[in-house]
Design a binder for this molecule. Structure first.
Ligand code: KIV
Ligand code: ZN
Length: 513
């Protein structure tokens, strides 16, 4: 009987912490629901004490997740632990995740604590967490650079105080597989009570070995792997969920282990995260990259046509990458669209279906055929939308290579009025339009920090997808739009980022603890 490895997903905490990957509340909720559908065992929803927004996000996620355990991170401080508990307590399965560093360098320079103080703080913090919640994970930050004997003593204290999972992170991505596997074996052999708890690993990818290290740890006896979708995370990222899961799936006999993830949800999870954050995965990324299942070389194509197993160690279908042979176009009806949505695993309300169908028709008029990627982009637009405080009514742009561009933008405003501003810019239509929108929105203070433009499929008639990131009071808010007209997408994405900012701020204000 293969060992059952738990998958702990930290896309919404360690992943979200990385530059360019921040998500607003409705995006986090959408992602959390998808992670639940993916079948991960634990969703680390955030670091509740970090800000009122983080607290509210962890609390809201705790309310929507049906199957997975929901965890919040906390430093080994009573106030952090209490706030973490308040954020997760309504989850079906709540967990508090307490961490404290154990390497000499972290203890001396960051914590300014002695070894004895770290031992005592571990016991006290875990005991307090345990008085609030049954399921407690303790992480020894920078474990891979800690003195192994001291690390064992700390983990023993955590278990004595009631920890149900102990985590041994390679916080700075320094470990190599043999050495990390040996560390896990050493801990398992030398920590009293470890046979009664889960042994977790959490690796960073600074040397490109996060997945290899995590799998070496599984071989050595680890029972939980911490990871993120697409490997997003601090610096070079965290262990990629899809790599660990597909390695266990494809090499089940070698590892004598498997996990509870529904592999057919992997591609959808990866796509959703990219669409939300605007951060695409590299084309040659293992499992979820655009080229992961593409065979270009003639000799490979010949082999695959003769027998797929010549060059394919796993099938595209196993990660949910299905190729629909039936093309949708302008003669396709609502029924066909609804069937395709179902086969793509996308659920929408009847009202949303009607709106998506309208947009699908417009697209089909312009493009000969509408691809699955186009359909996903249309659905995504609907699924993470928030109340529209501002709505684009119209814009008129006068542009040319011998004149200064002017843009007149008219928005429907929250007070029910339509307001129009005309501005000019030497930097082109998007800059001119954004200036006009800034003037209309007036009272809100924010700055544009990123602008990403992409096409949903190939060709000059493809839909343009724009992701805009704006920053206000230290938080980043994303806006997305897809349109056949790239300037239209850019304007709508900017308005959507502003609406997301207003909505998130209102939720945080409403939910202050
Ligand atoms: O990398 C790390 O050590 C962490 C811990 C807080 C688990 O993210
Ligand atoms: Zn980490």
């Amino acid at each position: 009987m293969p060992r059952r490895i738990k998958i702990f997903d930290t896309t919404l905490r360690d992943g979200e912490q990385s530059p360019g990957c921040s998500m607003n509340m409705s995006e986090k909720l959408r992602m959390a629901e998808q992670l639940d559908a993916l079948g991960v065992d634990v969703i680390e929803a955030g670091f509740a004490i970090a800000s009122p927004g983080d607290f509210q996000a962890v609390k809201s996620i705790s309310g929507v997740v049906k199957n997975a355990t929901v965890a919040s991170l906390a430093r080994a401080l009573d106030k952090d632990i209490k706030v973490a508990y308040d954020a997760v307590k309504d989850a079906v399965r709540p967990r508090i995740h307490v961490f404290l560093a154990t390497s000499d360098i972290h203890m001396e320079y960051k914590l300014k604590m002695t070894r004895e103080e770290v031992l005592k703080r571990t016991f006290d913090a875990v005991s307090y967490a345990k008085s609030l919640c049954d399921d407690i994970e303790f992480s020894a930050e920078d474990a891979s650079r800690s003195d192994p004997d001291f690390l064992c003593r700390v983990l023993e204290e955590a278990i004595r105080a009631g920890a149900t999972t102990v985590n041994i992170p390679d916080t700075v991505g320094y470990a190599v597989p043999d050495e990390y596997g040996e560390l896990i074996s050493y801990v398992i052999k030398n920590v009293k009570g470890i046979e009664n708890v889960d042994v977790s690993v959490h690796c960073h990818n600074d040397l490109g070995m996060a997945t290899a290290n995590s799998l070496a740890a599984v071989k050595a006896g680890a029972t939980q792997v911490e990871c993120t979708v697409n490997g997003i995370g601090e610096r070079a990222g965290n262990t990629a969920l899809e790599e660990v899961v597909m390695a266990l799936y494809t090499r089940k006999n070698f590892f004598d282990a498997d996990c509870g993830v529904d592999t057919t949800q992997i591609f959808k999870s990866s796509k959703l995260l990219s669409m939300i954050t605007g951060v695409k995965v590299q084309p040659n990324k293992a499992i979820v990259g655009e080229n992961a299942f593409a065979h270009e070389a003639g000799i490979h194509q010949h082999g695959v046509l003769a027998n797929k197993k010549t060059y394919e160690i796993m099938t595209p279908e196993s990660i949910g990458l299905t190729e629909n042979k039936m093309v949708l176009g302008k003669h396709s009806g609502k029924h066909a669209l609804s069937d395709r949505l179902r086969s793509l695993g996308l659920t929408v309300t009847d009202e949303a279906l009607a709106e998506i169908f309208d947009e699908f028709k417009k697209l089909a008029d312009r493009q000969k055929s509408v691809s699955d990627r186009d359909i996903e982009a249309l659905v995504h637009k609907k699924s993470v939308s928030v109340p529209e405080s501002y709505k684009l009514d119209r814009f008129v742009i006068n542009v040319g290579n011998t004149i200064t561009t002017t843009s007149a933008v008219r928005l429907d405003c929250p007070d029910g009025q339509k307001r129009e501003v005309v501005t000019s810019s030497a930097f082109g239509p998007i800059d001119a339009s954004y200036k006009a929108i800034n003037d209309i929105v007036g009272g809100e203070s924010f700055e544009l920090v990123d602008f990403l433009i992409d096409s949903v499929t190939g060709g000059t008639d493809a839909q343009g997808a724009v992701t805009v990131k704006i920053k206000s009071e230290g938080n980043v808010y994303n806006g997305h739009a897809v349109s056949l007209d790239i300037v239209n997408a850019a304007v709508m994405a900017y308005v959507s980022a502003i609406n997301n900012m207003i909505y998130d701020k209102s939720l945080v204000k409403g939910g202050d603890n």
